[in-house]
Design a protein around this ligand. Structure first.
Ligand code: ADP
Length: 266
């Protein structure tokens, strides 16, 4: 299981707001409401949570959910420690105990039993029952549950149930507008704005192909990767190929189409 911990002492990560998301998140935290972030991969959801957690002075426990992730991975389990068994808190339990923020990235990927542990935390009870230890934890005011999912990836097996979705305040994310994306890519890669601009233009054109030939458009993350490679002196064509074309498709015909868009843009 991949869990990342951001400490309160870490600097506030750079995040460029694209709407009223920062104010909404702050209101939700002050009123002890859970938040759901919806949007395509690589559009800034994880960075946003890291930024907000640091602004609010909360520790952040980020869990990347996958199809083997169970409730016990989040709550904790008894582990053998030097001949004895000892209870070890999972990231959700730790966040509840200390009043931090727990971020479940791609929550729909997780096993069904995860919904059972998050439901009582997302209504006004704000409790986490730990059946294995017999404890019932009451989340302190500082605790917040944040989850994300990509509506574009949903299928019948993995759709988010309305009974879960309707427990959250939801914020929609999309790729930033070109001016904002230019500022983000410049800030993240250190490449001059005039050299980032064609990449941002290309990303917008590649996104326009979504649905026709591509399942997902080119993410802001990939544009940042591309600019980072160019800043490290890789040639423009090689960087675009490696960071903005190859990750989008395995289909040779589609790739040819993307290369045409690249040639027409750069
Ligand atoms: P997601 O969680 O939606 O998959 P991330 O938060 O990991 O995406 O974003 C990918 C990268 O894109 C970030 O590491 C950051 O470099 C950049 N990024 C995207 N949106 C923003 C933004 N609004 N402000 C700052 N960086 C951003």
């Amino acid at each position: 299981m991949s869990v990342a911990l951001h400490l309160v002492s870490d600097p506030i990560p750079f995040y460029l707001p694209t709407g009223n998301e920062c104010a909404l998140f702050e209101h939700a935290w002050h009123h002890r409401l859970p938040v759901l972030l919806k949007g395509p991969t690589g559009c800034g959801k994880t960075r946003f949570v890291a930024h907000m957690a640091a602004r609010l002075g909360r520790r952040l426990h980020t869990v990347s959910c996958h199809d083997d992730l169970t409730a016990a991975d989040l709550t904790g389990r008894f582990l053998l420690r030097g001949g004895d068994t000892a209870w070890v808190d999972g990231p959700l339990t730790t966040a509840v105990r200390e009043g931090g923020i727990c971020y479940l990235d791609e929550v729909v990927e997780a096993r069904r039993d995860v919904a059972v542990v998050i439901h009582p935390l997302t209504d006004d009870r704000r409790i986490l029952p730990l059946d294995r230890t017999g404890e019932t934890l009451h989340a302190p005011d500082g605790f917040m549950l944040v989850a994300s999912y990509n509506p574009g990836y949903q299928n019948v097996m993995k759709a988010m149930k309305p009974s879960t979705r309707q427990r959250f305040v939801a914020i929609s994310f999309d790729f930033p507008a070109p001016e904002a994306e230019l500022r983000i890519v410049t800030a993240e890669s250190g490449l001059a704005p005039e050299r980032c601009l064609p990449l941002v233009t290309l990303a917008a054109r590649l996104r326009a192909l979504k649905g026709m030939d591509l399942e997902e458009g080119c993410s802001t993350r990939l544009v940042v990767y591309c600019a980072t490679l160019i800043a490290a002196r890789m040639s423009l064509r090689d960087a675009v190929m490696a960071a903005m074309i190859e990750p989008l498709t395995d289909d040779d015909d589609v790739k040819k189409g993307l290369l045409d868009v690249m040639r027409a843009t750069l």
